[in-house]
Write a protein that binds this ligand. Structure first.
Ligand code: ADP
Length: 162
């Protein structure tokens, strides 16, 4: 069985992420979306909330599982029998960082491949950071995130946050 992992902060999940995981689910028997803690970024949403929202958003795609992990991606991949890492690319600027990560992971675990899926043009400008910024300023992100995420953000941050 070909199993892939799609790791990310997903803080919050956007329509760009949803599109990538839908397409990956057509290429692999099973895809796990794995939320990782990124100590370098102050999170908008706690880990459990990010996981719950993703579970809701991918509910209709039977071969997509959702999880979270801490530590090294290669260790998680090894323990879960994952052969491939999925990452999305929006622009050359993404590629620079992604290439380094892919090469590092390949050096640590040679049997682990990284596959990049190119963003659809209509999602190429969407990022979790932009969504966070808009939410923090009390704006509307309906056009950027899955409806379940939008509902949650509206409920929690309807007046914006400081
Ligand atoms: P990170 O893992 O760097 O914190 P994210 O959680 O924002 O980043 O994104 C996880 C993965 O999804 C990354 O490979 C990122 O390039 C990709 N991605 C983010 N936004 C989009 C988008 N709009 N279209 C396609 N891929 C995206």
């Amino acid at each position: 069985m070909a199993r892939a992992i799609y790791p990310g902060s997903f803080d919050p999940m956007t329509l760009g992420h949803l599109d990538i995981v839908k397409r990956a689910s057509q290429l692999f028997d099973e895809v796990m979306m794995a939320v990782v803690a990124n100590p370098g970024k102050a999170p908008l949403l706690p880990m459990e909330v990010r996981v719950n929202l993703i579970e809701e958003a991918v509910r209709e795609i039977p071969n997509v599982k959702v999880g979270s992990f801490q530590g090294l991606l290669v260790d998680f991949a090894k323990h879960n029998n994952v052969s491939c890492v999925i990452r999305g690319l929006r622009a050359i600027s993404d590629f620079e960082a992604e290439l380094g990560m892919a090469q590092t992971n390949k050096t640590l675990l040679p049997e682990l491949e990284t596959i990049f899926l190119m963003t659809k043009a209509e999602y190429s400008f969407i990022s979790s950071s932009t969504v966070k910024e808009i939410v923090r300023l009390g704006g509307d992100v309906t056009k950027f995130v899955p409806s379940v995420v939008n509902d949650h953000l509206k409920r929690q941050f309807s007046r914006g946050i400081s």
